[in-house]
Design a protein around this ligand. Structure first.
Ligand SMILES: Nc1nc2c(ncn2[C@@H]2O[C@H](COP(=O)(O)OP(=O)(O)OP(=O)(O)O)[C@@H](O)[C@H]2O)c(=O)[nH]1
Length: 258
């Protein structure tokens, strides 16, 4: 039994957001002091979890009673679920213009700092851009490893790439599509945090399209290219030549009207 004062303490910071037949349990804001270039900046973390009828039917049907929600969550093996998050900086809800990055998880680049891709650079740089801009939100999408194919499959795709096959063909040869990411969950959370339009940080036209189809209001886009290195050159060239990434602003960060 969860003590009532614990339920009370969490009541305002645990939201249940309707999402089709499921629910998104949204927890936050949690204060995170983050060291960026030897200076500490305060970000606010929200994380969420999709819970379906099969996982916790009473949670779905009896939303509202925090004590029973917490008990049901404790009974689930939550570490086995995919948890995504969003890191918010500044007055994200009210500011006229806010930067948003929808960042797909990259175990190799974000965590281990692999230079085979530009993901780690984009993750860190987008946080700095939000600080300079005054506000923004960095979504970290946990079910989008390898553009939606998962880590094991991305590792196999990497093995094919070591034999000279490019990123797109490696996915296709393994029986996957090149990009199977879905942004609707993240867009739901975004509209919960802010309903004004945003400036999206991306070089990827398909991402802009997919997000607009998911209901996101995007006014501007700002590019974010890493420098080419010996290790990422082929990956970046493939993005431009085969995936149609915008070439504009390479190296620069000016905004583009959508
Ligand atoms: N399948 C596959 N996925 C990769 C590879 N390298 C990085 N990724 C994944 O690609 C995703 C990042 O997507 P990208 O297509 O590089 O970039 P994008 O997010 O679509 O475009 P930007 O918004 O401009 O960064 C992350 O989920 C990475 O795990 C690779 O070689 N093969």
């Amino acid at each position: 039994m969860i003590p009532p004062d614990v339920s009370l303490l969490l009541e305002e910071k645990v939201q249940i957001v309707p999402y089709n037949e499921s629910r998104l349990i949204l927890v936050g804001p949690v204060q995170l002091p983050i060291d960026i270039d030897n200076k500490i900046y305060l970000f606010q973390l929200y994380c969420w979890l999709k819970v379906s009828e099969g996982d916790a039917s009473s949670l779905i049907n009896k939303a509202g009673n925090m004590g029973s929600v917490l008990e049901e969550l404790a009974a689930l093996n939550l570490a086995e679920f995919q948890h995504s998050s969003v890191l918010v900086y500044g007055d994200f809800q009210h500011s006229e213009d806010a930067l948003v990055r929808m960042h797909s998880i990259c175990h190799t680049g974000d965590i281990f700092g692999s230079m085979r891709c530009d993901c780690g650079f984009q993750l860190r740089t987008s946080m700095k851009m939000m600080i300079s801009h005054g506000t923004g939100a960095l979504f970290y999408l946990a079910n989008q490893e390898g553009r939606g194919i998962g880590l094991i499959s991305k590792a196999m795709a990497y093995l094919l790439q070591e034999q000279g096959i490019d990123t797109v063909d490696a996915n296709l040869l393994l029986g996957y599509s090149d990009d199977s990411r879905d942004y609707t969950e993240a867009c739901n959370i975004l509209s919960y945090l802010r309903n004004k339009s945003i400036t999206l940080i991306t070089n990827n036209p398909e991402k802009v399209k997919a997000l607009q189809e998911s209901g996101l209001k995007i006014t501007n886009r700002t590019p974010l290219w890493a420098d080419r290195t010996l290790y990422n050159e082929k990956y970046i060239n493939t993005k431009i030549k085969r995936s149609g990434h915008f070439l504009d602003g390479k190296g620069a960060r000016e905004m583009r009207h959508i």
